[in-house]
Design a protein around this ligand. Structure first.
Ligand SMILES: [Zn+2]
Ligand SMILES: [Zn+2]
Length: 437
């Protein structure tokens, strides 16, 4: 909300938010609160909403009325305030951002053949390049577990290894640009997914303590990435971290919930044990909804959507559309190609939304390694999240502060509006067009 570093005054925002929250709570909590909040709103806005028990309530409209949406993966809620998007978009006419970066930077620690700070030299790689992070957040050595001093002061040792994958030897490229000629996803993104496959197999083989492998990319300085060279990271851990662990538990609970055994709910989208699969059902639901309002694109094996419950303005979820794929190793060659193509299209369209290099954190969630063998494992479904922070232009980003820090996340643009904006963008990267004109 106020996280938006908007030019608008915080006073106006404050009032608007007060109204939105009061109203939403009124509906959620029933008559008593509705009355109290109605009264408060009356004072603030100079209008009175004494009672909302009238028979003639306006029909709910998801593009008009504040509402909460439930995220079944994390079992949390997000507040949507779509009426606020009635404010005019600002900065839409910004000039496209070009790139002034060189194809090779002798000071870059990721460019081929360069020396890193620790003295190691990068291979003269021509495709992808994988190495252990010189400044890892984790260490592979086992240490004795510390005795907790008090139930309120608990800790556990965390063991792991961190790696870096360079996506391409060329310093001034991004995944998004690899979507467009002279590059192609089949030639330039497939090797990245193949390196994820190698990593998923090799790391646990070499480090038998590893239970989870988190693959992610931080793109752009807005996401705290200091080096523009196209690269991602891999953290391998001796435990399953919070986010995937929460999601795996949700996937299991959804699959086992008696209510979801009903084909009207699961839409016949079942995992390879014939059990309901939350994410396969979601894919089917999105693809069969008339007009596909949250679908950005789909191919033979994957679908990219703005999830119904998205928190970030242009958040994207890429999920398998046909079958359960627990981890990246279970993908066929054709599925790898389909995934490369959908990643290319998503990142390209995101860049085209504001004609800038769209910052994001992208992460792969999948099955923990063999060692983890938790009950939740068999419900795992490979998927990719994109969390981009931009809101209204290349320079206006969203922050999770204020109400979002203290209460729950909030967004203005609905998932359907965001999906339309992304979907309507060109499949050709804007820089390729810039260079031609
Ligand atoms: Zn570089
Ligand atoms: Zn996930």
């Amino acid at each position: 909300m106020n996280g938006v570093t908007a030019n608008g005054s915080s006073h106006t925002n404050g009032l608007a938010n007060g109204h939105a929250n009061g109203h939403a709570n009124g509906h959620a909590n029933g008559h008593a609160n509705g009355h109290t909040n109605g009264h408060a709103n009356g004072l603030v806005n100079g209008a009175s909403y004494a009672d909302d028990s009238d028979d003639e309530l306006p029909a709910f409209d998801a593009t008009e009325h504040p509402h909460r949406r439930y995220n079944p993966l994390t079992r949390s809620w997000v507040l949507c305030s779509p009426h606020r998007t009635k404010r005019p978009w600002q900065g839409q006419e910004e000039k496209p951002q070009g790139t002034s970066l060189p194809a090779y930077d002798e000071k870059c620690y990721l460019c081929p053949g360069n020396k890193r700070a620790t003295g190691a030299t990068n291979d003269d790689y021509t495709s992808t390049f994988f190495f252990e992070n010189d400044y890892a957040a984790l260490m592979p050595q086992a240490v004795a577990e510390e005795k907790n001093q008090h139930p309120l002061l608990q800790s556990q040792p965390a063991r792991g290894r961190c790696y870096v994958i360079c996506f391409n030897p060329q310093h001034n490229l991004t995944l998004a640009q690899l979507s467009t000629a002279p590059f192609s996803p089949d030639e330039h993104i497939v090797p990245i997914i193949q390196s994820w496959q190698k990593i998923y197999k090799q790391i646990p083989a070499e480090n038998p303590f590893v239970k989870y492998i988190q693959i992610f990319e931080n793109k752009g300085s807005a996401m705290g990435c200091s080096n523009p060279h196209p690269h991602g990271q891999v953290w391998s851990l001796d435990y399953i971290p919070e986010e995937p662990s929460k999601e795996l538990a949700s996937l299991r609970a959804w699959s086992q919930d008696p209510a979801n055994q009903d084909p009207k709910v699961n839409l016949g989208a079942c995992d390879d044990h014939g059990k309901p699969s939350m994410l396969l059902t979601l894919a089917k639901l999105e693809l069969t909804t008339p007009g596909q309002p949250r679908v950005i694109m789909a191919n033979d094996h994957f679908v990219a959507i703005v999830p119904y419950w998205a928190v970030w303005p242009f958040e994207v979820l890429v999920v398998p559309a046909q079958r359960q794929i627990r981890n990246v190793l279970q993908m066929t060659e054709m599925e790898v190609v389909s995934l490369a193509r959908i990643i290319a299209q998503v990142t390209c369209k995101l860049d085209n939304v504001f004609k800038c290099s769209f910052p994001y954190s992208m992460g792969v969630h999948q099955q923990p390694t063999q060692l983890a063998t938790s009950e939740d494992d068999e419900f795992a479904q490979f998927h990719i999240h994109f969390y981009p922070p931009l809101l209204r232009s290349a320079s206006v980003r969203k922050f999770l502060v204020g109400f979002e820090m203290m209460a729950e996340p909030q967004r203005d643009l609905t998932a359907e509006q965001a999906a339309k904006r992304i979907r309507d963008c060109d499949d050709v990267h804007y820089l390729a067009t810039l260079e031609q004109s």
